[in-house]
Design a binder for this molecule. Structure first.
Ligand SMILES: Nc1ncnc2c1ncn2[C@@H]1O[C@H](COP(=O)(O)OP(=O)(O)O)[C@@H](O)[C@H]1O
Ligand SMILES: [Mg+2]
Length: 362
């Protein structure tokens, strides 16, 4: 186990800043997920930590030791990629043993360690098979086994489940949680799947356009996104986002008129006339005869325990998604009306930053 720190770590390819100066501090044994849209710099950050790319500026520290100029193999970390990159002519056992052979470990130790990781990853029955005989999930387990066989202090994973089907992804997600508990290694897990990040990570790093937007516990990011990019990245179905303008402010907060005409109170500090984006999570919209949001049901998704109604109305830029109980009956085209508590409303300024909240007074 080891802590990982980046100080002012940045990367420039040609004239493009692919990663702006990044300061991250990851604790010993933590499971940190890095999320963000494709191309935002997630893999670049991981490769810089691994030493596979050279930073333009900044430092990487592992257990407080500066490893910026240390070769990847000497950093005590291992990396798992989306493509499994197994050797097709070697058996599963030989694939797993490969890093130990390269490191010149004795035969008896290799046999012992391969047996141990095969046990951990449920590969015992497959040790003499070749990769082509394995399913996608099994191959990914072999590539993970190969990464952990040297007992790295830090395990870096770059979208390890992206090539698997949905059902297998859920199963493997559980395996990662188990693996983290079993190994106790520090894990840095890149994904574009926010659900994976929410369910697995102790903390999430949200990236956007080469910058870290926010770092925090999954629920902290969900409840209090500091920027629009974080609001977009976390939550599924996503937060409803509507552009609008602050039309009134008082001690309790601001009143926002959004495109389409709805007028909504929010417990935030704002400036009258400011252009803003209003955010409302689907589960915070509650049926209310006098509520601000009304629309005709254009799409109704029944998931069993709950449902999502997609509401459309003239002048709305996008449909509004509201969560309803699973047994709620709805007809397509029916008009529904929803309200939201001022404390539940998010408001983002023109620059994308969340406006400061006003604490509820008694
Ligand atoms: N070797 C490279 N040369 C030039 N541009 C690169 C190189 N590697 C990555 N990039 C660019 O850096 C950006 C971030 O890439 P990447 O870190 O792979 O994003 P992500 O993993 O979040 O999808 C992308 O715009 C990509 O095109
Ligand atoms: Mg990537």
């Amino acid at each position: 186990m080891a802590s990982v720190e980046t100080q002012g770590l940045s990367k420039r390819f040609g004239a493009t800043d692919v990663l702006a100066a990044t300061d991250l501090s990851i604790l010993d044994g933590e499971f940190v997920a890095i999320v963000g849209p494709s191309g935002c710099g997630k893999s670049t950050l991981l490769r810089l930590i691994a030493g596979l790319d050279e930073p333009t500026r900044g430092r990487v520290l592992i257990d407080a030791r500066d490893v910026t100029n240390v070769a990847p193999a000497e950093r005590g970390l291992a990396m798992v990629f989306q493509s499994y990159a197994l050797y097709p002519h070697l058996t599963v056992a030989e694939n797993i043993a490969f890093p130990l052979r390269v490191a010149g470990r004795p035969r008896s130790e290799i046999a012992r360690r391969v047996a141990a990781v095969a046990e951990t990853l449920d590969l015992v029955g497959l040790l003499s098979s070749r990769p082509r005989a394995l399913s996608g999930g099994q191959r990914q387990r072999v590539s993970i086994a190969r990464a952990i066989v040297r007992e790295p202090r830090v395990l870096l994973l770059d979208e390890p489940l992206s090539n698997l089907d949905a059902e297998l992804r859920v199963r493997m997600r559980h395996e990662f949680a188990r693996l983290h508990a079993a190994l106790g290694a520090t894990m840095i897990y890149v994904t574009h799947d926010q659900l994976e990040a929410m369910t697995l990570a102790n903390r999430i790093v949200v990236m956007n356009a080469g910058r870290v937007e926010q770092v925090g516990a999954p629920l902290a990011l969900y409840d209090a996104p500091e920027t629009l990019a974080v609001a977009r990245a976390i939550g599924s179905p996503g937060m409803n986002l509507l552009s609008g303008e602050v039309v009134r402010v008082d001690a309790r907060g601001a009143t926002v008129r959004v495109t389409g005409g709805a007028v909504v109170d929010a417990a935030v500090r704002a400036r009258p006339g400011a252009p803003v984006t209003l955010g409302a999570r689907p589960e915070h919209l509650v049926p209310d005869e006098c509520g601000a949001f009304a629309g005709a049901v254009e799409l109704f998704e029944r998931l069993g325990p709950l449902s999502f109604a997609h509401l459309g109305a003239p002048g709305l830029e996008t449909t509004i998604v509201a969560q309803l109980p699973g047994d709620r009956r709805v007809t397509l085209g029916e008009t529904l009306r929803f309200g939201i508590a001022p404390a539940r409303v998010h408001v983002f300024a023109g620059d994308g930053h969340a406006l400061p909240r006003i604490a509820a007074s008694l």
